[in-house]
Design a protein around this ligand. Structure first.
Ligand code: ADP
Length: 593
């Protein structure tokens, strides 16, 4: 605020008082004391932290300059009040009793007079201003009566009225200030919470929160220390604005212990450079003060960070010399933000852990795929050689009956091996994201008719009848013809294989919006809920004795699922043990050929 002749208010930026109106009201009162009660200087100060800070001063240029940034500890004033003459709101401490206040306050440059009624330069006349709960929130101090004499009864009663007015005005100013602080900090908190809602790695998250914090709290700097988590391994210090904060090892430990204790009781601590920190040892205090000096911080607001009962770190906001001390509202807002930060840090840790897990699983899956492909390839060549030689031997005319039956057994085994290897190769092909899908319109009626044809022998042998329900109009799926043939073939052959004699298997084809739907329904052995959960896992075969009797590799449905998925479709199973199963495949439709 601009200073006019004869009146001064503190600097709004310096102490965070952004409400010049409130200050004006107090200045008017201070001026009224000068004019109406006959004094040359009147100052109103406000309690911030543990000190009185001068706030509104009326009086001579010299006095205002001297009091401009005067700071007096509340305890010093309390000591004075204890030995004062009680004049009501005003407390008078005559020069022979006044003590340390002389070192803190302003002493007018006048010659002491012998007359006991004369005003002495060390006389102290102060009115502590209190809130409704009786706590001291400010101080009205006056000095230099124009008469040169200590106030008489008439003057005192006038002073009493001004003290009451000053108290009321100060309370209003404080209330307004508190409200505007709350609004400002709520805005800061909202900004921070919004920035935290994005899933970011912890470092980015804290750096982002850090600059919003410094700005919103008018802090010179800020940093967040996180404690060793199960993922991080060690605690980390994140500071905003890229300023490198290197906290001495011992302070890292002190901070962790303090944060955990403070979190338990939901409290904070303000540390000032020239004040001993009560809960700490002399040595710890000394180290903190030395550290503050190094980073040029006059005061620190230290707040624990956590979620639920877990403390995960601490947040420190710093202010430089000349900035206002930390207020209760600010500390409470910072503690609130500590909760948001805590939740975000825990979330980010969980997120990082899950991310790592997914990466590990993906790597494992890729390894499994490579292993399957390699093994299948390595087996394929020798097996082809075995089958070639078998064919040659079988053509030989001079074989005994025993040799022939051995060769037949070898051939059966080899053919079974070949089926497994072919399935493995197919599985690794359709499961490999690098194998591109070349999709084209595929008419499904002919595919299904051919598959039914292919399964007639097996169906007759199993005494299962095949029924097809297909629309007249051509139904086109969009995909790879060979893969779709494999997928539908596997499901249909299973339905026949696991069907029951005397029942039927129905294949139904339909179109639903932009999808084609193929339903294969049997009245066979059915699948238990436990088996259904694993149906599409490679090599899964049911433990149901009826199912085990049928030959199989346990790879068929795994292949079907991968094919359907890479086509952007879905497969679902509905089944009841002993009653039958329905497999429903949904695939993207092609609009035209
Ligand atoms: P398999 O080569 O063993 O048939 P699949 O992957 O095709 O391998 O099927 C896995 C298992 O699912 C089978 O072993 C069988 O127990 C069960 N299953 C598949 N289709 C059916 C069905 N239509 N009815 C009953 N069980 C089925």
């Amino acid at each position: 605020m601009a200073s006019e002749p004869g009146r001064t208010g503190g600097d709004a930026d310096r102490d965070g008082w952004s409400d010049p109106l409130s200050r004006d009201a107090l200045l008017l009162i201070a001026e009224a004391v000068l004019e109406m009660a006959g004094f040359r200087i009147a100052a109103i100060s406000v309690v911030r932290g543990e000190d009185f800070h001068s706030f509104a001063i009326a009086g001579s240029e010299a006095a205002r300059e001297a009091l401009w940034d005067a700071v007096t500890p509340v305890s010093v004033i309390e000591d004075e009040v204890a030995k004062a003459d009680d004049w009501g709101r005003f407390q008078f401490v005559p020069s022979d009793r006044s003590g340390a206040v002389g070192e803190w306050g302003w002493v007018p440059d006048i010659e002491p007079d012998e007359d006991p009624e004369a005003w002495h330069p060390l006389d102290l006349l102060i009115a502590p201003l209190r809130d409704d709960a009786g706590r001291i929130v400010g101080l009205l101090s006056i000095d230099l009566p124009t008469s040169g004499r200590r106030p008489d009864a008439a003057q005192r009663s006038l002073l009493e009225k001004y003290a009451a007015q000053a108290e009321r005005a100060l309370l209003v100013a404080l209330e307004r200030h508190e409200l505007s602080e709350q609004i400002r900090l709520a805005t800061t908190a909202r900004k921070i919470v919004r920035s935290l809602s994005v899933q970011l790695p912890i470092d980015d998250l804290l750096v982002q929160a850090g600059s919003a914090l410094s700005e919103g709290f008018r802090a010179g700097g800020s940093w967040v220390q996180t404690f060793a988590g199960d993922v991080d391994g060690s605690g980390v210090l994140y500071s905003a604005r890229g300023a490198d904060i290197v906290l001495p090892e011992v302070l890292v430990e002190v901070a962790e212990t303090a944060a955990r204790q403070l979190w338990a009781v939901q409290q904070w601590v303000v540390i000032e450079r020239d004040r001993r920190v009560e809960v700490l040892t002399e040595e710890q205090s000394r180290q903190i003060h030395a550290f503050m000096e190094r980073i040029e911080a006059a005061s620190l607001l230290f707040v624990p960070i956590g979620a639920g009962s877990t403390c995960v770190g601490n947040l420190v906001l710093t202010r430089v010399e000349g900035q206002a001390p930390w207020g209760r509202i600010e500390a409470e807002a910072a503690l609130d933000i500590g909760h948001d930060l805590g939740r975000s840090i825990l979330n980010a840790r969980t997120f990082a852990r899950e991310h790592r897990l997914v990466q590990e699983l993906t790597a494992l899956d890729q390894y499994k795929g490579r292993l399957i492909a390699t093994v299948a390839h390595e087996l394929k060549n020798p097996l082809t050689a075995i089958l070639g030689h078998l064919e040659m031997l079988e053509g030989s005319p001079d074989l005994t009956g025993l040799t022939r039956s051995s060769l037949a057994a070898i051939e059966r085994g080899s053919l079974r091996l070949q089926r497994v290897i072919d399935d493995l190769l197919l599985l690794s092909k359709v499961g490999d994201p690098d194998t591109a899908l070349i999709a084209a319109p595929v008419a499904l009626q002919p595919v299904i008719e051919d598959l039914a044809e292919l399964n007639t022998v097996a169906a007759r042998r199993a005494d299962v009848s095949l029924r097809l329900e297909m629309p007249e109009a051509e139904v086109l799926a969009l995909g790879d013809a060979e893969e779709l043939d494999t997928a539908l073939g596997n499901v249909l052959s299973n339905a026949v294989k696991y069907g029951r004699p005397g029942t039927d298997v129905t294949v139904r084809l339909a179109t639903e919006q932009d999808q084609v739907v193929v339903t294969v329904r049997d009245h066979g052995i059915g699948i238990s809920p436990e088996d259904r959960a694993q149906l599409f896992t490679e090599f899964f075969r049911s433990s149901n004795p009826e199912a085990v009797r049928q030959p199989g590799t346990g790879l068929g449905l795994a292949i079907v699922q991968r094919i359907v998925e890479r086509h952007g479709g879905t497969i679902a199973v509905d089944s009841e043990l002993g009653v039958g199963s329905t497999f429903t495949l949904r695939l993207p439709a092609a609009l035209s050929r």
